[in-house]
Design a protein around this ligand. Structure first.
Ligand SMILES: [Ca+2]
Ligand SMILES: [Ca+2]
Ligand SMILES: [Ca+2]
Length: 325
């Protein structure tokens, strides 16, 4: 049974409309789409409830958490310095450092297995590209170098490959390349929009989301890393996306968004035993496992503040990450 969304009750109509646009934007892709399309589709100007709060103090947005492979640090995105930048902090919230320094959006950090590099996407050029940067900073290296949009990415468990979303073939596809940027290969090769790649812990398979089986909404699929043997895992209403295997490979967490709400679900790796972990009045998204599998870190949106939280894999012990907002 769905609970009343009390968080909307006191919002004015414009705010509610913006929320619906935000959610529809989530359904259609990445956060950049969210930010840009939301403005365009809602009021035509910078919306009060848009995730963009460049001058707010404290910052309004912390999102896209990604654990370092050794479990000691979390990379994430924040607008605390006026635009989306990649940050790294210790797991206890201390030692905050900023990795990117530019005036455009940087997002989707993911670590190399040895913790020495962070892969991310950026709007540094006119089109979006996938980059890699040393953890100590320096100049980011463009790995995609393609005039079309390249976006959400995932580094393979042994660090040899990167799977990512690209629009270079006209519809969204998952491509895989070597981590050096060479050998890009279309592994979905389907007329539908295929997004949100995630590697299995053994690196042999990929999860992704696609709208190939229905006109509204997306489901989560699994395939071999070469694109063979595609199998649909979910059959729920709304957009089911951003999946991630647990480190032991037995479970998958993902976000499920409808026009009403965005929640984090968990299921067995074969698609059975689907459970909503975040039944509540706020919206949650972007779940990711801690490397030891003991925690799921995610983003909770409350009164337009996007903050990083952590919970147990059974949905208990939900608490904000100790980092500042
Ligand atoms: Ca930036
Ligand atoms: Ca590009
Ligand atoms: Ca496609």
């Amino acid at each position: 049974m769905r609970r009343q969304r009390h968080s909307y009750v006191n919002m004015d109509l414009a705010t509610q409309m913006n929320w619906r646009v935000i959610k529809s934007c989530i359904q259609f892709g990445t956060f950049a789409l969210l930010a840009v399309a939301c403005q365009q589709q809602s009021t035509g100007h910078s919306a009060a409830t848009s995730p963009q709060k460049p001058n707010a103090t404290p910052s309004r947005l912390s999102f896209f958490p990604s654990w370092s492979p050794d479990g000691s640090q979390i990379a994430f995105v924040s607008d605390r310095d006026e635009n989306w930048e990649i940050y790294v902090m210790n797991a206890d919230g201390s030692g905050l450092s900023r990795l990117t320094r530019n005036t455009v959006r940087d997002s989707n950090p993911d670590w190399s297995p040895d913790g020495s590099h962070i892969f991310f996407y950026s709007d540094l050029l006119d089109n979006r590209e996938v980059y890699v940067i040393e953890i100590d900073g320096g100049a980011p290296e463009n790995l995609t170098n393609h005039p079309s949009r390249d976006g959400v990415l995932a580094v393979s468990p042994n660090g040899s490959k990167v799977a990512w979303y690209t629009e270079r073939d006209g519809n969204g596809e998952i491509y895989v390349m070597l981590a050096t940027g060479t050998g890009p290969l279309n592994v979905t090769n389907h007329k539908a929009r295929d997004r949100w790649p995630a590697w299995s812990p053994d690196g042999t398979r990929l999860l992704f989301s696609s709208d190939r089986d229905r006109h509204q909404g997306t489901d989560i699929y699994v395939m071999r890393a070469n694109g063979n043997d595609v199998l649909r895992l979910t059959s729920m209403d709304g957009d089911n996306y951003d999946p991630e295997w647990s480190p032991d490979g037995t479970k998958i967490v993902f976000t499920s968004a409808t026009s009403e709400r965005s929640e984090i679900f968990i299921m067995d790796a074969d698609g059975s035993k689907v459970v909503n972990l975040t039944m509540g009045r706020s919206d949650e998204l972007e779940p990711t496992w801690s490397p030891d599998g003991s925690k799921i870190t995610f983003v909770r949106v409350t009164d337009n503040v996007w903050r990083i939280y952590t919970m147990s894999p059974d949905g208990s012990s939900i608490a904000p990450n100790p980092s500042p907002l």
